[in-house]
Ligand binder design. Structure first.
Ligand code: C2E
Ligand code: CA
Ligand code: CA
Length: 738
């Protein structure tokens, strides 16, 4: 899972899966072509070998027929009595015998005794009966020559000469057949055997067999060390030859294929066996395949390169589209779409405590107005980095829109301290040597096991954020079950508030203030109440919301006007009006001219500004976004009294207090509640001391008991407000004090 750089994660360039099928296809195609080519070449070989065999057979048949004819002629002429003596026969035929490739002629009697035309005497020639058993011209198998070392074959026919039956023989050296057979096939890689019907080799064009009476079938079996299935093919050839059938076949061993053709000749059932190995062809084939494979590899590579090129450009286009659709160009973070698309992925991969936090920069619009667009883009970038840096890992940070970020992350430690760290870093950033203090509001949601819908999650996060938006006291809100009801209530209030104002549902209660010494009326604080049907809604139920949605501006003005109206009526009724303090929310101060509206009302009812005390909370004085001095001075110049409300809760500094045109410090109720009556080390003592130092008046709020009253009175406070004297009461009730 990605960490720091989180999920921005453009898709990597991928070599697409289709490269594989193309490769496989091209290999399959090559194999197909290879096999096809091989088949064609094999068929070609068969055709060739058959043709060459046939040629050999034809030549052999022709030659032998002529030779037989020659011997026939000799025997005929002898039998017809044209020649009386051996000498006259030799004399007549020896001349022509060379035309028929015969080396010599001989005439032999039944005892094997005879003579050759070149004067060799033959005695007791072996197996002479073989010749006398034949009536037609007989062609013998190989026999050793009596005269030379050569093998010879003898053509013979019986005839009557010298008054007895003899045979006339024409002798041919066996080797002579070789020149008749097409012995050298395929550049000498092939060759021919002439065998008899039993497989005995008569001629071997390979010149490997030197002995007599060698059986070709056994010889091949032995020479090539054939296995059973291979030798079965040889046996079949032997059977075919026995049955006078022709045929072809091939045997493969030792990575070579041998092609055989066997064809019968017309004489003695002898066979011409032609044999060739694929050596030559193999070369042809490899040459072809080399060219073919190189071409096909180059072609495939070209296609793949082209496709990858197209693919990359496609992916680049997708990346660009992806960037514009999912990436925020300002911060380089994902946008809302990205967040929605990838958070599920995150949830799937990250288990444990997972949170979604939405972060909003308060008053970012104001920054934009002050510093300009470009500068504020740097602020956004910097906020993104802060979030990433603080969470550090297992997080996905996105900028959803304008100044709103969201981060989904896994975190097993204290979430509060993490959020505070983010807020703290944001409260002090440096951009182009300018110090910027950002206020963040953060909505937090801890993801539950059954949470899968990111939109639901986001809406809960937004809800939580809306709870703290615009507040400086609370920076984040962690979603809880009550939030939804609260928000519903708020929504209900918001949708009714305008109408309520119009219908005069907001009423003023006055809480009287007294001088402690004589318990005489010192004035009153105007506090708003909302009359909704039968119930009176207290301000803490709606004021914070109105501050958030700024409706408080309208309400405060309304209250101010009602108070002025009351004061005018009191002046008329009682001849005077008591001093009244009116709460002014700090929301007004965003607009420094807010006071003009107040002045308009003052004039309308002819009220003396020195009779009105404007209560400003201490927290407003420490808000960096407000130029409080300018505002206070304006108010002061108009003659209003200024009190600092809820003093002691807002961390204002002494120097600030000193520089502000304040009249009264209003000590918050909490300090009264905390008083330990047996000690003089209470905070309220210090506050009183400070205000005396600054020559300010003090009023203590929330005094409820006699004891408290006595205590704060003795501290020398100027005024007291609290249930000890009176709760806030209606105008009519208050008038009793006048
Ligand atoms: P605050 O300005 O501090 O007002 C004093 C609050 O303390 C009042 O609450 C008052 O009823 C309460 N209080 C006074 N004496 C005692 C006491 O002895 N015991 C107790 N328990 N409470 C005491 P309230 O009226 O509920 O108002 C609450 C807050 O709402 C005010 O606090 C003020 O901040 C705000 N608020 C009320 N009216 C207005 C208004 O017209 N405009 C603005 N901006 N804020 C208002
Ligand atoms: Ca007040
Ligand atoms: Ca107060």
């Amino acid at each position: 899972m990605e960490t720091k750089d989180n999920y921005i994660p453009l898709k990597r360039y991928t070599i697409r899966i289709w490269v594989l099928p193309i490769f496989i296809l091209s290999i399959l195609f090559s194999i197909f072509i290879y096999n096809n080519t091989k088949n064609i070449i094999y068929q070609n070989i068969y055709a060739n070998i058959t043709e060459l065999s046939e040629q050999s057979v034809t030549n052999l048949n022709q030659t032998i027929t002529n030779q037989i004819q020659f011997v026939e002629t000799m025997a005929d002429s002898i039998n017809k009595g044209y020649f009386k003596t051996t000498e006259s026969v030799f004399h007549n035929f020896a001349e022509n015998m060379e035309d028929y490739k015969f080396t010599r002629l001989a005439i032999i009697d039944k005892n094997g005794n005879g003579i050759t035309n070149d004067g060799h005497i033959i005695t007791n020639y072996a197996n002479i009966e073989e010749f006398f058993e034949q009536d037609e011209v007989y062609l013998s198998e190989n026999r050793p020559s009596l005269i030379s070392d050569e093998q010879v074959n003898i053509y013979s026919k019986k005839c009557y000469i010298d008054n007895q039956e003899k045979i006339i023989c024409a002798i041919i050296e066996t080797n002579n057949y070789k020149s008749i057979l097409t012995t050298k096939l395929f550049d000498g890689k092939g060759g021919t055997y002439l065998i008899n019907n039993n497989g005995v080799v008569l001629i071997d064009s390979f010149d490997e067999i030197n002995e007599n009476n060698i059986n070709l079938f056994n010889y091949i079996n032995k020479k090539y060390n054939l296995n059973l299935s291979q030798s079965t093919k040889i046996s079949k050839m032997a059977r075919d030859i026995k049955n006078k059938r022709n045929g072809t076949f091939d045997i493969t061993f030792n990575h070579h294929t041998y092609f055989f053709n066997y064809e019968k000749i017309d004489v003695n059932d002898w066979y011409v066996i032609s044999l060739v190995s694929d050596d030559t062809i193999a070369k042809e084939l490899t040459d072809f395949l080399f060219v073919f494979l190189t071409a096909s590899i180059l072609l495939t590579a070209a296609i793949i390169t082209a496709c990858i090129g197209i693919d990359i450009s496609h992916q680049n286009k997708n990346r660009k589209l992806f960037r514009t659709a999912f990436i925020d160009p300002v911060t380089n973070l994902g946008n809302l779409q990205y967040f929605r698309a990838n958070s599920n992925l995150f949830l799937e991969h990250q288990k444990g405590n997972r949170y979604v936090v939405s972060i909003d920069i308060s008053k970012f619009k104001a920054f934009n107005n002050i510093y300009g667009y470009e500068f504020c883009n740097k602020i956004l970038k910097s906020v993104g980095n802060i979030i990433k840096d603080v969470i550090n890992k297992d997080c996905m940070v996105c900028r959803l829109y304008s100044d709103v970020f969201a981060v989904i992350f896994k975190y097993n430690k204290d979430i509060d301290s993490l959020l505070n760290r983010i807020a703290e870093k944001a409260s002090n950033i440096n951009i182009d040597d300018t110090n910027i203090k950002l206020n963040l509001s953060m909505g937090v949601y801890k993801i539950q096991k059954n949470d899968t819908n990111i939109d639901n999650i986001l809406s809960k996060v937004y809800m939580s954020r809306s709870k703290v938006k615009g507040q400086y006291e609370q920076l984040y809100y962690i979603y809880d079950e009550n939030l939804e009801n609260q928000l519903l209530e708020e929504q209900e209030i918001e949708s009714n508030m305008k109408l309520a104002l119009k219908n005069k549902e907001f009423k003023i209660y006055y809480q009287p203030k007294f001088y402690p010494e004589d318990k005489k009326l010192a004035g009153a604080e105007a506090l708003v109440r909302w009359y909704r049907g039968d119930t009176i809604v207290p301000p803490n139920k709606f004021i914070p919301l109105f501050e958030k949605n700024r409706f408080i501006i309208k309400l405060d003005l309304y209250i101010f006007e009602q108070v002025c109206k009351d004061m005018a009526s009191w002046k008329e009724k009682y001849g005077y009006a008591p001093k009244v303090s009116i709460n002014v929310s700090k929301e007004h101060f965003v607009n420094p001219n807010f006071i003009d509206e107040y002045v308009k009302i003052i004039k309308k009812y002819n009220i003396d500004t020195s009779n009105i005390d404007l209560e400003i909370t201490e927290s407003a004085t420490v808000d960096k976004q407000i130029n409080i001095l300018e505002i206070m001075n304006k108010i002061k110049d108009l003659g209003f009294i200024i009190s600092i409300d809820d003093f002691g809760t807002g961390y204002s500094s002494l120097s600030m207090l000193e520089s502000m045109p304040i009249d009264i410090i209003k000590v918050d109720k909490v300090f009264v509640d905390k008083v330990d009556f047996n000690s003089n080390k209470n905070i309220i003592n210090h506050i009183m001391f400070i205000s005396k130092q600054l020559e300010l008046e003090t009023i203590v709020e929330g005094v409820e008991t006699e004891e408290q009253f006595e205590y704060v009175k003795n501290l020398g406070c100027n005024m007291i407000q609290g249930y000890y004297f009176s709760k806030p009461i209606t105008k009519e009730e208050f008038e009793k004090y006048l």
